[in-house]
Design a protein around this ligand. Structure first.
Ligand code: DQA
Length: 150
């Protein structure tokens, strides 16, 4: 069973409520329940913080225990060297995920501080971006390593 934490950054706790024309009307918590049901062989956990340093702490806490990581750093994507450095310190594959299509929005959203330390970036499929990222990570994990027994 693979361990894949999902980490969301600032304002993503308001998904389903804020800017629904961009981020949709479903909350992440609702979506997460469906995701867990659909992929019962993945050990998921969900973490969200509005604080940069807290996100660094969460990433560090998984350094030795995760097999892969899905992160949507929200606005910190475009600004945070600290998150980039934290992500650089882990040895497993990281998926950078966005709900909206960042490359088709404002110019400042087209820069990602973390993209080149991640295995891939996936954006623009609404909350389904998370499932797609997870499937791609599983493909990678299943192809490159043997699953831990548990
Ligand atoms: C986002 C895109 C970011 O530019 C924005 O600041 C967010 C959400 C997304 O999921 O589309 O908060 O990461």
């Amino acid at each position: 069973m693979w361990t894949i934490p999902i980490i969301n950054g600032p304002n993503l706790n308001l998904t389903g409520i804020r800017e629904i024309e961009i981020y949709g009307s479903e909350s992440f918590e609702e979506y997460f329940l469906l995701l867990k049901n659909d992929l019962p062989n993945v050990k998921f956990s969900y973490h969200q913080s509005n604080h940069e340093g807290a996100l660094v702490d969460i990433i560090q806490s998984f350094r030795l225990t995760a097999d892969a990581l899905i992160i949507n750093p929200g606005a910190y994507t475009h600004t945070s060297v600290a998150l980039r450095d934290a992500l650089s310190s882990v040895d497993f594959p990281i998926a950078e995920v966005h709900i909206s299509s960042v490359r088709n929005r404002e110019t400042f959203r087209q820069t990602s501080m973390i993209q080149d330390v991640c295995y891939f970036q996936l954006s623009g499929y609404g909350l389904e971006s998370y499932r797609m990222a997870c499937l791609r990570l599983l493909e990678y994990l299943n192809a490159t390593a043997s699953s831990p027994v548990s």
